[in-house]
Design a protein. Structure first.
Length: 265
């Protein structure tokens, strides 16, 4: 039987974390939860420890001084892989990712996909309570990265995802240096290069109701610069993949329902 770990990074999420944990534990699915806390000044780490004493399904990893979202997820993935989990999930603690959507992500892994991406920008997906400027920024960022990097996914910046352990082993987590939200683009880019079979699942993304958003102009700038660098660096690799695809594919193939075509298909 597959073992699943839901990884929830936290930094000053004292208000929202208990609600997220309660909703997760109510789901009729078997999985464990790992809270990865970056030494939150508001005491989120200590609060998570108290919840862990009440449930054997909750674990806490104290990540030390704040090192960024990407480093927290890499540490969480490493913790889970070292302990033999077969499926690992990324999920925000601030209430923007609904626990109710988790079973549908896991269903896609059950169906044979390597990666299930919770998507705001496919039919059935939507965003609630976001201002228009934030919505336009997110969609423009996804479009820019998708175009430059050749990513066959509509929502490339979202952070609600379920991975098989196999694909995480193939993406070379040890070489990931992305710290901020561009980590999401980096991990997806690596999964595509590893020929992951990817499915997009419509989700409802909600604006946080507690705490303070971590988004800033510096985070956006970091993502734009990194995407441009990756596009320039990966261009020879992408051209090689395209040539191989054209040489070996006699007729176009139609993607199956719920599946995003791999790069080069």
């Amino acid at each position: 039987m597959s073992r699943t770990l839901v990884i929830v990074p936290t930094y000053d999420e004292r208000e929202s974390l208990p609600v997220t944990l309660r909703q997760l534990l109510k789901l009729d699915r078997e999985f464990d939860i790992l809270v990865v806390d970056d030494d939150s000044p508001d005491g989120t780490g200590a609060l998570a420890e108290r919840h862990a004493t009440d449930s054997s399904r909750i674990h806490v990893l104290h990540h030390g001084a704040r090192r960024g979202l990407g480093a927290a997820y890499v540490a969480g993935f490493g913790w889970g892989l070292d302990r033999g989990y077969d499926r690992l999930v990324q999920m925000d603690a601030d209430g923007s990712h609904r626990p109710a959507d988790l079973p549908r992500l896991l269903d896609e892994l059950d169906a044979g996909h390597d990666l299930a991406v919770g998507s705001r920008w496919v039919p059935g997906g939507r965003v609630e309570n976001w201002p228009l400027a934030r919505r336009l920024l997110s969609r423009a960022g996804s479009a820019y990265a998708r175009l430059l990097l050749g990513l066959p996914v509509r929502d490339v910046t979202g952070g609600y995802r379920a991975f098989t352990a196999s694909v995480l082993h193939r993406v070379e987590l040890g070489s990931v240096t992305s710290r901020g939200y561009c980590f999401q683009i980096d991990l997806l880019r690596r999964a595509v290069r590893a020929q992951a079979d990817i499915a997009e699942v419509p989700i409802v993304f909600r604006q946080r109701t507690a705490g303070r958003s971590k988004m800033s102009s510096s985070i956006v700038a970091e993502a734009l610069v990194q995407v441009t660098r990756w596009a320039v660096r990966d261009r020879p690799r992408r051209r090689g993949l395209d040539r191989v695809s054209r040489r070996h594919t006699a007729t176009p193939r139609k993607a199956t329902a719920g599946r995003v075509p791999r790069l080069g298909e």
